[in-house]
Design a protein around this ligand. Structure first.
Ligand SMILES: [Zn+2]
Length: 252
């Protein structure tokens, strides 16, 4: 048996039988882990609030046997709550996309200091600043690179041509094709969006780019397709984000 003391961010929570709950945590020293907390549904539970999704906490996890999949939460203390971020539907949807992406792209028990740093910096930034789709796209591209799902955006995957005003995404190749090489690929992307995504993947700061609204839309459409095909799961929180981003129809 062993005890692990680590910082963590709660990615999501499931209720189980009785008063217990399961939490998916991304921890600093163990990577992604599933942990059970006892008695959190009781009104007297002090730790339930601290374990709320997207809070940054310090936990002590108990592992009875080395091959045990679900650890037990024995102690929790709050590092940062992110209450401003939690209080806004759009920023909450954006952070839910980021949490789903980390869940889908990482395996349990694989520590990754780069992902830990990207996640905690993103949460800190969104607590102090307005959360945007462009920042989510930049974060997603870095996570995809870090976890081996990096798309190929520097040139046409067939003929190698660079610098086109329009590209088509090929899910099978995880790459872009120029209009001349395109066959049945349907998702069109602007040249500026593809260049921006290549630069963001390489680690360039978002503030160095001058993105238009359409570029960001293209980036999100691309990420939805690429993640769905290569990671194998669609970001459900992206659907919520799209719904709340649609302006109300005043004609109805
Ligand atoms: Zn080509």
């Amino acid at each position: 048996m062993s005890y692990h003391a680590t910082e963590a961010v709660t990615l999501r929570r499931w209720r189980t039988q009785e008063a217990d709950a399961l939490y998916l945590l991304f921890t600093e020293s163990l990577g992604k882990v599933t942990a059970k907390a006892r008695g959190v549904a009781k009104s007297t539970s002090r730790i339930a609030g601290m374990l709320q999704p997207h809070s940054r906490i310090h936990v002590i996890l108990y592992q009875k046997q080395e091959d045990q999949d679900v650890l037990s939460v024995t102690q929790v203390s709050l590092v940062r709550r992110y209450s401003r971020l939690q209080g806004n539907l759009k920023s909450l949807s954006l952070v839910a996309c980021a949490a789903e992406l980390i869940d889908f792209c990482t395996g349990e028990g694989e520590p990754n200091p780069v992902i830990w740093s990207l996640l905690t910096k993103l949460l800190d930034f969104w607590e102090e600043n307005e959360a945007t789709e462009a920042q989510l796209a930049a974060f997603a591209l870095r996570i995809l690179k870090e976890t081996g799902f990096e798309p190929h955006l520097a040139a046409c995957a067939k003929c190698g041509v660079q610098e086109r005003s329009e590209w088509y995404y090929s899910p099978e190749r995880g790459a872009v094709l120029c209009p001349g090489c395109r066959r049945t690929e349907r998702l069109a992307l602007s040249g500026t969006a593809v260049v921006a995504m290549a630069r963001l993947t390489a680690g360039e700061r978002l503030s160095a780019l001058h993105l238009k609204e359409q570029d960001v839309k293209d980036m999100l459409l691309f990420l939805d397709e690429h993640i769905g095909y290569h990671v194998g799961q669609r970001l459900r929180a992206l659907r919520v984000l799209q719904q709340i981003s649609v302006p109300p129809d005043v004609t109805k």
